[in-house]
Design a protein around this ligand. Structure first.
Ligand SMILES: Nc1ncnc2c1ncn2[C@@H]1O[C@H](COP(=O)(O)OP(=O)(O)OP(=O)(O)O)[C@@H](O)[C@H]1O
Length: 285
């Protein structure tokens, strides 16, 4: 399915009559007195790429957890791939925040990817061993991991492990791909490779992408809409609508400058934890 994104960037509608794959209405999440977000209405359409931005602790990972069915909303409703979160998990791919795997883990890369196909089931594996192996090989090749697919994952570099996580998330053709800072620890070449892979998949298969990041620039050309969370407030819209000095000043409640240089967006403000000013994402392995 090829998706016309231009028709949907500013005002989400259903140009091809497709149903949204994520639907949140009046969603509120609070921990005790602390409100992470409230009144969140969000429809995400097949093939759409949404960047989820916000400073530390603004509730980006918590949003992922709600969509995965790991965290209940305080109020409001949420549906993912046409079902309550947790029920439709097989249609959700998830790339978690990078954490180094245990060096003693006796699991090969191809086993990790295989878990994305049938890890939710006990006993009987994916129908047809040949078909399963073919899908795993294809997923390994897509992330350029064929050469290390048979090595124990715990002995791989952080970037190699991350590429396997991407393959695992995509191997089951998810309708929704949730990415929690998937480019962290990747060098620039692999940041581009992983971004392009995700982009190609959503264009060819209509997979919707929610992509949590502190830095929008590496993915800016791919982004249809931004969901920007700050201290209980949020804005949703195209990068041109949201990433402006006026909007971010309103959101942060303090003077923020958005500067565009050479096709990149830089956010400059009083907070040290503002998005896009954190260069650690470019760390080499
Ligand atoms: N189960 C929980 N109970 C209480 N507070 C929680 C719980 N889970 C998260 N929080 C708090 O909610 C806030 C939002 O956390 P979350 O991990 O969603 O933020 P984030 O935007 O992903 O942050 P970061 O950019 O640092 O990864 C944090 O202050 C966190 O401590």
């Amino acid at each position: 399915m090829t998706v016309d994104r231009s028709a949907r960037t500013a005002a989400p509608s259903t140009p091809d009559g497709a149903a949204s794959v994520v639907s949140m209405s009046g969603a509120r999440l609070s921990y005790g007195d602390r409100v992470l977000w409230d009144g969140l209405d969000l429809e995400v359409w097949p093939g759409e790429f949404i960047a989820v931005l916000g400073p530390n602790g603004s509730g980006k990972t918590s949003l992922m957890r709600v969509l995965l069915g790991l965290q209940k909303l305080s109020s409001g409703t949420v549906r993912v791939a046409g079902a309550a979160p947790g029920k439709g998990n097989r249609r959700i791919g998830y790339i978690p925040q990078q954490r180094a795997l245990d060096p003693t883990l006796a699991l090969r890369g191809r086993d990790l990817i295989g878990l994305g196909l049938d890890g939710h089931r006990w006993g009987i594996g994916f129908a047809g061993r040949g078909e399963r192996a073919r899908k795993v090989d294809q997923a390994l090749a897509e992330v350029g991991a064929t050469a290390f697919g048979d090595r124990p994952v715990g002995l791989l570099s952080g970037g190699e492990q991350q590429r396997l996580r991407v393959a695992q998330a995509l191997v089951n053709d998810p309708r929704v791909l949730l990415c929690d800072e998937p480019l962290l620890s990747l060098d620039l070449a692999h940041q581009a490779a992983v971004s392009n892979l995700i982009d190609a998949r959503r264009r060819s298969a209509g997979t919707a992408v929610l992509f949590v990041t502190h830095e929008i620039n590496p993915i800016l050309p791919l982004v249809d809409r931004v969901l920007y969370l700050v201290d209980g407030r949020f804005r949703v819209g195209s990068p041109e609508e949201v990433m402006t000095s006026r909007t971010l000043t309103e959101l942060y409640g303090t003077k923020v400058e958005v500067v565009r240089v050479g096709g990149q967006i830089h956010v400059i403000g009083a907070h040290s934890d503002l998005c896009e000013d954190t260069p650690h994402h470019h760390a080499e392995l």
